[in-house]
Design a protein around this ligand. Structure first.
Ligand code: SF4
Length: 216
């Protein structure tokens, strides 16, 4: 599989901090109130040298119980999108959430929780140094792209955040709730596959909102 040629992007650079070191620092974290209601910290799973990091919002009930992200029905849909549309296996990507602990009742993350937890995700991404970050849903997309623009407008296009190519898409759980979104999810994972295979231009002019012409 060819490497992406992204200006300024040093793929496979020396990692200053390993994922295990970040996990060790996280420890039995009590930096926010979610520590009181969680069952397990859900750190992340996958290849520490992955070319793709997928970022969701926060663990759900199954993830909280098992300590692994995207293990329920949404995880199965994600696995299918990866294999059938992007052409990569789950074991070859890295999957994490902005929050490492489940918000009770799957409520939206509070700003102070995101502020407390997001530095760990930032360090995970810096450690892995992927080619592409796939953000799934509004909270993950807003955090990575530092925007308030809705996912419906952002998805389907290639964006940049610092050194990284960012591909926003719907959260698989949202697609399970609304099957009309499925073709868009499939389109976005098809686009991910094209990016990884070098079949689409990611070096086009950056538009005002940070998108490039690598999408539609
Ligand atoms: S959500 Fe993050 S910051 Fe809050 S307790 Fe869990 S690991 Fe710590």
């Amino acid at each position: 599989m060819p490497m992406l040629k992204i200006p300024g992007h040093e793929h496979q650079r020396a990692r200053e901090v390993t994922l295990q070191e970040i996990r060790d620092v996280l420890g039995d974290c009590h930096l926010c109130g979610l520590s009181r209601t969680r069952t397990n910290i859900v750190f992340g799973v996958g290849d520490p040298h992955a070319r793709v990091v997928l970022v969701g919002e926060a663990p759900g009930a199954n993830e909280d119980l098992q300590g692994e992200p995207f293990v329920g029905a949404a995880g199965q849909l994600l696995n299918r999108m990866l294999v059938e549309h992007a052409g990569v296996a789950r074991k070859d990507v890295y999957i994490a959430n902005v929050l490492k602990c489940r918000p009770p009742g799957n409520r939206a993350p509070a700003p102070d929780e995101t502020m407390a937890c997001s530095p760990f995700l930032r360090e995970q991404i810096r450690s892995i140094w992927p080619d592409v970050i796939v953000t799934m849903g509004n909270p993950a997309t807003h955090f990575v792209l530092q925007t308030e623009v809705g996912i419906t407008r952002l998805r389907g296009h290639v964006h940049r955040a610092g050194h990284f190519i960012v591909l926003p898409t719907y959260h698989p759980a949202a697609v399970l709730r609304d099957s009309l979104k499925l073709p868009d999810l499939e389109y976005d994972f098809d686009l991910l596959g094209k990016l990884l295979r070098g079949e689409t231009d990611v070096e086009g002019p950056t538009t005002g909102d940070g998108t490039t012409n690598g999408g539609h």
